[in-house]
Design a protein. Structure first.
Length: 277
């Protein structure tokens, strides 16, 4: 399986996996800072960025299998990983399979229940339909604080602070992802995420969550932690669905702590307001 990928920096490899509709460019807000410490590998998942869709169904588990095969083919099994949104669910699944090393999962999807399922599906689908309708005006809209506030309110706790270039790149990627609709439906209504029994994951594992996440509500963090009892739960204050947008410096610090010499417990402890609730 070919996955378009880039490498930045030097040192112990670190893999970054973006969310639905994103690309390797989704990590631009923190890429340079991470690459000052590690060799950072970013990929375009199948059907995203410069990687073509899979020939068969493009479901979450099909994409995860493709990433696992790519890791094996490139002798990267056991690599430390960071994922965002769908990518966060993916690194949890790879950790469950024992395919990766230390993991940071930022606001993973897949832990919604009841009314949260249709809310997730229809709210995100509606947002993407709007983006497709206004695509010609995206440079103008993302260039203004009012435009970014309106377009990014679902994803960011402080949308007006998101850099215009970051907003434009990500929203255009949403629009131009050919498998977005198929994959979104599978994420909402497809096979549920399996957990991992306590003691089965031997590497550091931290699940990070924004307290103002309006895509994957904070209540879902407890379900994720229950499904992965070996994980530590880390809370980002003043943060929406993308910590690397709203709290980039804190996100880098967490990633380097968890995937470096410190343990997951030390990374997720300390400040009381960030401890698991």
């Amino acid at each position: 399986m070919h996955l378009h990928h880039t490498r930045h920096g030097a040192g112990k490899p670190l893999l970054l996996i973006h969310g639905i509709g994103g690309s390797s460019h989704s990590w631009n807000p923190i890429l340079d800072e991470l690459a000052a410490h590690r060799e950072v590998i970013t990929i375009d998942l199948p059907g995203h960025g410069q990687t073509p869709p899979l020939p068969g169904p493009n479901t979450f588990y099909a994409l995860t299998d493709a990433v696992a095969a790519w890791l094996h083919a490139h002798h990267l099994t056991g690599i430390d990983c960071v994922g965002s949104s769908m990518g966060a669910r993916m690194v949890l699944e790879l950790a469950r399979r024992g395919a990766v090393g230390a993991v940071v999962a930022l606001d993973p999807g897949g832990f919604w229940q009841g009314w949260q399922i249709p809310f997730f599906y229809y709210s995100v689908a509606g947002s993407v339909r709007l983006l497709r309708a206004v695509e010609p005006a995206l440079p103008t809209l993302t260039g203004s604080t009012v435009g970014r506030t309106l377009l990014l309110a679902q994803f960011s706790a402080r949308p007006w602070r998101v850099p215009a270039a970051v907003a434009l790149t990500e929203l255009r990627s949403f629009v131009h992802t050919p498998i977005f609709d198929e994959l979104l439906r599978d994420l909402a209504y497809g096979k549920k995420q399996e957990g991992a029994p306590r003691g089965s994951i031997r590497h550091p594992l931290v699940i990070g969550w924004g307290r103002q996440d309006r895509v994957c509500f904070p209540s879902q963090a407890r379900r994720a932690a229950a499904a992965f009892p070996d994980a530590s739960l880390y809370w980002f204050d003043h943060c929406g669905h993308f910590p690397h947008w709203d709290q980039p410096t804190e996100t880098v610090q967490l990633i380097l702590s968890v995937t470096g010499r410190e343990t997951a417990a030390s990374a997720a402890s300390a400040p009381a307001h960030q401890a698991a609730e």
